[in-house]
Each structure stands twice: as C-alpha cells, then as structure tokens.
Design a protein around this ligand. Structure first.
Ligand code: ATP
Ligand code: MG
Length: 335
C-alpha cells in the first residue's frame, strides 16, 4: 500500500480560537484528515515569542485550543494532535536549521511587522523584538521538517513561512548533499483570510475576533460592531455590498446562495438597513456554530479525555521526530 502523504500545521495557544481559524484552516484540516497522515501541533513555543512574560494561562490555553479543534471535528483517530514543547527533537532541529539560515532570510519575514504590532499593543512604544521572535520562521520550519511533511494547510498570512521552509529545505539538502527533506507546499482553503469586525485580519491578539466558543449574545454584540458600507448615511439610502467592508463578506461565507442574492438586492435597493442586516447575520452565524459549541461543552467537562488524546498524539508524533533527528544527526555528521 502506498504511504499516505504527511500534513503538518499548528496554532498558537494565545487564546481561544476564532472564526478565522475555522474558516481559514480548521475546516480544511477536517477534510484533509481523511486522506492524509495529519499532525496538528499546539505551538506553545511560538506563543512564548510574544507572550514569554505572561504564562499564567498558557496551560489552560493549550487545552482550549485542543478543545476547539475536537469540537470542530478534528478526529484523534484520524489525526495526531500534540503539544510542540513536548517534542524536544523540534528544538534540536531548530538549532541545526539556525546554523544554515542566513540572517537576512529571517529579517525580511513579512509577518514580523504583525508580530511587532502585537508586542507594541502589549508593551508600548519601547517594545523590543526578542531573539526568539526573530527566529520564529526557523522554528516553524523545524515544526514542519520534524515530521518531513509534504503539505502545510495554513491561512494566507503564513504562506511566506512555508516558502521560507522550502528555501531552507533546499539549502539544507544542498549543503549536506542529500535529498532527505521534502519541499513542503502550502495548502490554502477557499477562504484563506477572514477579516475581523474592524476589517483587519481577524486575530486572537487584535481584539477584533469572534470566538468559536462565544455564546450567542456575545456573537450578536460582536457582529453588530462589524463595519459596513461607510458611505451610507441613512438606512434607506441605496447600499453598496461591494463596499461593505465586513458584513457582506460574512454573508458570502455564512449565507446560502439565495440569501446572499436577497441581501445584495435589498441592500442595493435601500430596503435593508445595516443594523437589521447584521442582526440577521448574527442568527446565521449562531446557527452555523450551534453544534460545535454544544460539542465544545462536552470536552470542557471531560478534560481527562482531552489530556489522554494529547498524550497519545505526543507519543506518535515524537516517534517520528526522533527518527528524523537520528537521520539528521547522521547526515550532518554529529558525534
Ligand atoms: P495571534 O494573533 O496570537 O497570532 P492568530 O489569530 O493569528 O493569533 P495563529 O495561531 O497565529 O492565530 O494562527 C494559526 C493559523 O490560523 C495559521 O495557519 C493562520 O494562518 C491561521 N489564521 C489566523 N487568523 C486567520 C484569519 N483571520 N483568517 C484565516 N486564517 C487565519
Ligand atoms: Mg498569528
């Protein structure tokens, strides 16, 4: 039998997950887990890059990420779920990769600006980018290469890192005269970037997100904050769905084709006020996540089950990374 190709991806335990994670990535994982050998990592070292001094909730956040995944439909019988920091081989690979990575490869990382913004929000103008944060693209390559993955399903903001990993694979293979590492490819979902209620990328750290775990009332409140067509003064003015910065985009994701057509026509004709439109949208979003939210409550009340899933996943994932690192040490010529 032909071996299934490997998939690797992860999320930072910096808070509960949001609709961007679901639409951009998790819904993709749910399909991929049927066809591929999947490894999903709770990337707690990556959480430290911006939250090294705020670790009180780290353990709780790790469990929350896993609970979100399970509630959404990641099936531990099909996919391997583990915590990054329980696999020391990833840290070892990070050291070897750091040796072969030119400094300007990490300096030109386009997401560094976003990460700097997270830090600035937290620490103010004088915030410093740490050595760990600077090196996070290398660590992410180590995550991917520690299971020698073929594909990396991520949101669009992470594609540059997968590209960098490809560069790193080529460089490593070249330097050590090997073809050991596979050049991984990104896998994007139909929706690869969901915006937050303010129109910017929805992010855990930007206070613009709607959580998968939010209750109906909180979701409704959040959706009422969505930016619509800024040029529209009164609710019976003709609206411009194409200029509606957030609400119409959400309709495109959560509405049926008929609903979408209806919203578009009513908006253009000035028969649909933005507030009513968002109230209806909130009902749609709440319906969409109802079962997931119920399932989430089950796991919240069965934490032992969640921890067992992590223990089993770690064992499986570590066995693979141990073998990769044994090979890497041989390839490099370590003692
Ligand atoms: P933080 O603000 O703490 O960085 P985040 O919301 O960006 O959190 P991450 O854990 O950094 O979440 O990202 C995990 C994965 O989810 C990545 O593959 C990323 O591309 C994807 N992702 C994050 N936000 C979105 C979004 N708004 N739309 C689509 N995909 C997203
Ligand atoms: Mg992020």
């Amino acid at each position: 039998m032909e071996q299934k190709k490997r998939i690797m991806s992860g999320m930072r335990p910096t808070g509960k997950l949001h609709l961007g994670h679901y639409m951009g990535v998790i819904s993709n994982w749910i399909n991929l887990q049927n066809e591929y050998d999947c490894y999903f990592s709770v990337a707690d070292w990556h959480a430290l890059t911006t939250g090294y001094d705020k670790t009180e909730q780290l353990k709780e956040n790790v469990l929350n990420v896993v609970i979100d995944w399970l509630a959404c439909g990641i099936d531990p019988k099909k996919a391997t779920i583990f915590v990054q920091s329980t696999i020391p081989e990833i840290a070892e690979l990070n050291i070897y990769l750091g040796m072969v990575t030119p400094q300007n490869w990490v300096e030109r990382d386009p997401t560094l600006k976003d990460m700097a913004k997270i830090l600035k929000n937290k620490e103010g103008q004088n915030s410093q980018i740490g050595f760990g944060l600077m090196g996070y693209p290398v660590l992410m390559s180590a995550d991917i290469m520690a299971v020698n993955a073929h594909y990396v399903p991520v949101g669009i903001d992470q594609v540059a890192h997968v590209e960098l990993t490809r560069d790193m694979v080529r460089r490593f293979n070249n330097i050590y005269h090997t073809d050991y590492f596979i050049e991984p490819q990104p896998k994007l979902n139909k929706c690869s970037l969901l915006c937050g209620v303010d129109g910017a990328k929805m992010g855990k750290s930007f206070n613009n997100d709607i959580k998968i775990s939010d209750d109906e009332e909180t979701t409704q409140k959040r959706i009422m904050q969505c930016i619509t067509d800024r040029s529209r003064a009164r609710k019976d003015d003709p609206g411009h769905p194409d200029k509606c910065e957030v609400a119409f985009k959400y309709w495109q994701i959560f509405g049926t084709e008929d609903e979408l057509k209806n919203v578009e026509e009513e908006c253009k004709a000035g028969k649909r006020g933005c507030a009513d439109c968002k109230r209806q949208l909130a009902v749609k979003v709440n319906e969409y996540f109802k079962d997931i939210r119920d399932k989430r409550k089950y796991y919240e009340n069965h934490l032992e089950e969640v921890k067992l899933i992590l223990d089993e996943g770690t064992e499986k994932s570590r066995a693979i990374s141990k073998k990769v690192l044994e090979d890497v040490r041989n390839i490099i010529g370590m003692y």
